[in-house]
Design a protein around this ligand. Structure first.
Ligand code: SF4
Length: 503
């Protein structure tokens, strides 16, 4: 049995000896107890608990043919469209249990990306990367490790390519190659959950050309390594976690992002999965981004459910739940939430097979999913604020409710209808505030897995406009050479599908 419990995971990340982790300028020794990071660690832990809890056990586990054993699904290489749909369902359920981003999916998507890319490279004769990756995958699965995926570079001036940057380390690069491995320097930005992980899987962030060879690098490294510094980013309401309360900060689950600095970090050769093959970087980025964009259809729909539930409850607390405008808003929120989820499920069930046992999401549906997610959470939050009322931005603190001199007044004037207390209202207001306006639902939804412009580029590239035009010309009775394609969709193949076919 290789599936760890949440407690075993916590024990494994308690003591770090080499990595330096900073929160608000101060070094953190134990991420499992630090008030800023603990909620994030607990959200990460939920991915381990999912493999044991009755209602998520089936979704949370999978069978690995690589080690011939049952594993945690978060380290699984998808074997079918149903596996991909199980991912979206699991993510929706875990959002219900955390109300946050649980952070483990980026590492999972990185594993699946490397499985596809090392197979496609093997088809071109570069078999060593796949051999190394399979050994690494077995190690991860056998030990049920907590992975981060580290892709986004610091990037410097966005108009310049990696080799043109005045800061040579604006993108993570290979500084030195020895017979045993490589030394890398640079920084990866916005790395989800990284301080709560045991391993980082590092991927290039953009398509590269021949002059960028040193930047075309993929590898894995233990998070607790010499030369790595993690600077954890600030978030809305973060200092509330340091107050020690149990209402305002929603201190049980949250997520974090970190700036990860690699200062001449050694990576043994057996952990290097791409080294200089710039010609595969555009497909690698395409594969990873589509995987993560599909996942958003699950986790963000799950957060939508939390917000819908909180909105309905707050409406009940002040007696307006049956008002037609409230019903109308809840209906709209349901529509927006289920649209995101439907797209994520479509991206899964219409998956494409790009090599033996390589199931990739449908790239069109995955990009559309993420584009919906870039738009809809803001609308859902706006509707929820509309239902909840101005109290979302003006409620007294829990310390007012707990002050003996004020308690009675806050209790009296915050209460809505009989049967609900002021504390009931404050707790629900804080839940709604922290989830609907938090990083996971507002910022990640727009910029995670690539900004909206990146998805628009992808789905205009994948859509065959000329084919659609020929269809219209034929129906309008105009001359056309139209030959109907076998499929219903006017789509072109992605770069990855072309590479898989050898074209
Ligand atoms: Fe997982 Fe969603 Fe967080 Fe990405 S944003 S790591 S898919 S929970």
């Amino acid at each position: 049995m290789t599936i760890r419990t949440g407690e075993q995971y916590l024990d494994s990340i308690r003591n770090r000896s080499k990595v330096e982790i900073y929160v608000m300028g101060k070094e953190v020794k134990d991420v499992t107890t630090h008030p800023f990071l603990k909620p994030s660690v607990m959200a990460f832990k939920s991915t381990f608990d999912a493999a044991w809890e009755e209602d998520t056990k089936d979704l949370g586990r999978a069978w690995s043919p690589f080690i011939n054993d049952e594993i945690n699904r978060f380290n699984h290489v998808h074997r079918s469209p149903d596996d991909l749909a199980a991912k979206v369902k699991l993510l929706r359920k875990l959002s219900h249990k955390t109300g946050a981003c649980f952070q483990r999916c980026v590492g999972w998507d990185s594993l699946n990306t490397l499985w596809i890319m090392t197979n496609l490279m093997a088809q071109k004769g570069k078999t060593e990367y796949r051999d190394r990756f399979v050994e690494y995958l077995k190690y991860v699965q056998k030990n049920d490790l907590a992975l981060a995926g580290a892709m986004t570079d610091a990037k410097g001036a966005r108009t310049l390519k990696p080799h043109q940057q005045p800061n040579k380390n604006a993108y993570v690069r290979i500084e030195e190659v020895t017979k045993d491995g490589i030394y890398v320097s640079g920084a990866k930005a916005n790395i989800t959950g990284v301080a709560a992980t045991e391993e980082m899987v590092v991927l290039p962030t953009r398509a590269m050309g021949p002059e960028d060879k040193d930047y075309a690098v993929a590898f894995s490294v233990p998070t607790d390594s010499e030369g790595i510094k993690i600077i954890v980013g600030r978030q809305l309401n973060d200092a509330r976690r340091l107050e020690g309360g149990d209402i305002d900060a929603l201190p049980y689950f949250y997520n974090h992002e970190g700036l990860v600095i690699f200062d001449h970090v050694f990576v043994p050769m057996e952990r290097v999965f791409l080294m200089g093959e710039y010609e595969f970087t555009s497909q690698l980025v395409e594969v990873f981004s589509a995987y993560h964009r599909q996942g958003y259809g699950g986790c963000k729909a799950g957060l939508g459910d939390v917000i819908i539930g909180a909105s309905q409850n707050l409406a009940k607390q002040i007696g307006v739940e049956k008002a037609s405008h409230v019903q109308e808003k809840l209906t709209e929120m349901i529509f927006l939430t289920e649209t995101m989820y439907s797209a994520g499920i479509a991206a899964s069930l219409n998956a494409v097979k790009v090599c033996d046992n390589c199931w990739w999401v449908n790239p069109m549906h995955a990009n559309v999913t993420k584009h919906l997610v870039a738009r809809f959470p803001a609308q859902i939050s706006q509707l929820s604020i509309d239902i909840a009322g101005g109290i979302i931005g003006t409620a007294p603190s829990e310390w007012d409710l707990k002050n003996p001199k004020l308690k009675e007044y806050v209790a009296k004037y915050l209460q809505g209808i009989e049967g609900y207390t002021a504390e009931d209202r404050l707790r629900m207001v804080r839940l709604l505030e922290n989830v609907s306006l938090g990083v996971a639902f507002q910022i990640e939804s727009v910029h995670g897995a690539g900004s909206p412009a990146a998805q628009r580029i992808m789905f205009t590239r994948l859509y065959d406009l000329n084919y659609a035009e020929e269809i219209a010309k034929k129906l309008a009775g105009k001359k056309t050479d139209l030959k109907f394609k076998p499929g219903a969709e006017p789509w072109r193949e992605s770069e990855t599908q072309k590479l898989a076919k050898g074209s």
